[in-house]
Design a protein around this ligand. Structure first.
Ligand code: PLP
Ligand SMILES: N[C@@H](CCOP(=O)(O)O)C(=O)O
Length: 472
């Protein structure tokens, strides 16, 4: 299995190099050269299997034989043993033909744990095999950061630097990122919004001198190995609801377009998915793009679903590459347009390809609160604001097949918004009950690439170890 960049000018890599590379050297995003396929019989054969067994079956082709199978299986089993629910990602029924896929039973109560618990093990293993170290950089609107810190804390081969937007994450999210006592963890509060943090991370990857000197790796969904494990829960959910003999649709609370792109990958692999519905909050760039064909950034609005307060939706580039039949030159042109003028227009044909598989919808802050309240009153189920956006938009769709809404976070991560909407304050689970009393440790930095790079250079152990990775 080889991986190609959406911009076509970076080296084609095997799995381990793509894993460590994060962003491609031409600024593009890696995708598999071709998607592996599962036949209907193979999908049927997943019925009744454990989450880890399904993960092993779905993910093995992506590894391309680069990790011994027994090692890979051990890592998958260890990753999903950290989840507090036996089913790992269970389904709950919230309506006649509506199901909620609970992705928040991992250590930091958000769907990011599903990928991050495996990603950290894969990176650690690969670096150890090569005798290398890496400096991990990540941008977060709140959940990626906590999940990455939890997964990488104390790992000797990596130093991790997480950039979060100052004053724009929930208090629980902030404490998850700032209360680690591990020496390799660095929480950086950046004076800007998530898009600024993400631009800084991309800026560091595109600064090839800095990138090579620090052996940079990434944990955002710009890294293919972040998307890959998220493909699995589309399979577990669809199979539980009758796939391959019945189609299923998914509604996905969407910001950076990584989670829903994993659904697209599952579909390409043979899973019978009817619609993939991207649900946005007031930061509705994706909704506007599918309506008008014009992708145009506006200022980021602060909402009660801060993890989705995103305008520049990185993984949309992967979909553009697909919709343009993998014509990397066209993708490069569109991305140049984004850089120069803050937008681009998608042609009629690629747009109709996108519309053939994806729908979109938006939920305002008021609609999200209303959904949290209504679902609690009618079913007793308490949604977090991000998942509520999914339910609201999912309910706006006409569908005969089951609609699975991805519940991307636990309500206790956003107690104020949930309380205001429903009158209920969700409690943190027992293992996190002392979280808000833990001491914080973080550095506030301006939104300035040079200053952030200097801070990371001074604090990463990669430079002092003298072990660097060349050229990926
Ligand atoms: C709780 C939650 N829901 C939804 C999203 C959106 O997911 P994606 O960025 O993969 O579209 C995020 C952030 O990524 C999140 O943290
Ligand atoms: N919502 C995310 C934003 C970053 O997304 P990623 O999936 O690209 O890591 C967050 O919580 O940080």
């Amino acid at each position: 299995m080889k991986y190609v960049s959406s911009r076509g000018e970076a080296p084609v890599l095997g799995f381990s190099d793509a894993l460590l590379a994060g962003l491609a050297r031409d600024g593009g995003l890696y995708l598999p050269q071709e998607f592996p396929k599962l036949s209907p019989d193979e999908i049927r054969g997943l019925r009744g299997k454990s989450y880890a067994d399904i993960a092993i079956r779905v993910l093995t082709p992506f590894i391309g034989g680069e990790i011994p199978q027994a090692e890979f299986e051990r890592m998958v089993r260890e990753a999903y043993a950290t989840f507090r629910h036996a089913a790992v990602c269970p389904l709950a029924q919230t309506g006649a033909n509506e199901f909620v896929l609970e992705l928040f039973h991992g250590p930091t109560l958000a769907f990011k744990d599903v990928a991050m618990q495996l990603l950290a093990r894969l990176m650690d293993y690969t670096l150890a095999e090569r005798g290398e170290r890496a400096t991990i950089v990540g941008a977060t609107s709140g959940d990626t950061g906590g999940a990455a810190i939890e997964a990488f804390a104390g790992r000797d081969r990596t130093d991790i630097f997480i950039l979060f937007p100052h004053g724009r994450v929930s208090p629980v999210q902030q404490r998850q990122m700032t209360s680690s006592t591990a020496a390799n963890v660095h929480a950086l509060s950046v004076e800007g919004n998530f898009d600024d943090c993400q631009a800084l991370v991309k800026g560091m990857f595109n600064d090839l001198k800095f990138r090579d000197a620090l052996s940079l790796s990434g944990v955002n969904s710009i890294n293919w190995a972040r998307i890959m494990p998220q493909v699995v829960y589309y399979f577990t959910a669809a199979v539980a609801l009758g796939a391959p003999d019945r189609s299923v649709s998914f509604t996905v609370p969407t910001g950076n377009f990584g989670d829903i792109f994993a659904g697209y990958v599952a579909k390409r692999m043979g899973l019978p998915i009817n619609r993939l519905v991207a649900a946005t909050n007031d930061n509705d760039i994706l909704h506007r793009t599918l309506q008008s064909g014009r992708y145009e950034t506006r200022g980021v609005l602060q909402t009660t679903s801060p993890s989705m307060d995103i305008q520049v939706s990185s993984n949309f580039e992967r979909l553009l590459f697909e919709a343009h039949k993998r014509d990397a030159a066209t993708v490069r042109g569109l991305m140049d347009g984004l850089k120069q003028s803050g937008g681009f227009t998608i042609g009629e044909e690629p747009l109709s390809r996108i519309r053939a598989e994806f729908s979109t919808g938006r939920s305002t802050v008021a609609e999200t609160a209303h959904t949290i309240r209504c679902v609690l009153e009618t079913t007793g189920y308490l949604l977090d604001p991000h998942s509520a956006i999914g339910v609201k938009v999912g309910r706006d769709q006409a569908h005969e097949e089951p609609m699975v809404v991805l519940a991307t976070a636990h309500p206790a991560k956003f107690p104020d918004a949930v309380m205001e909407a429903s009158g209920v304050t969700p409690a943190l689970p027992a293992w996190l009950s002392d979280l808000m009393a833990r001491e914080e440790n973080y550095t506030v930095l301006p939104n300035d690439l040079k200053i952030v790079e200097d801070h990371i250079s001074r604090n990463s152990r990669v430079l002092s170890s003298g072990v660097v990775r060349e050229g990926v």
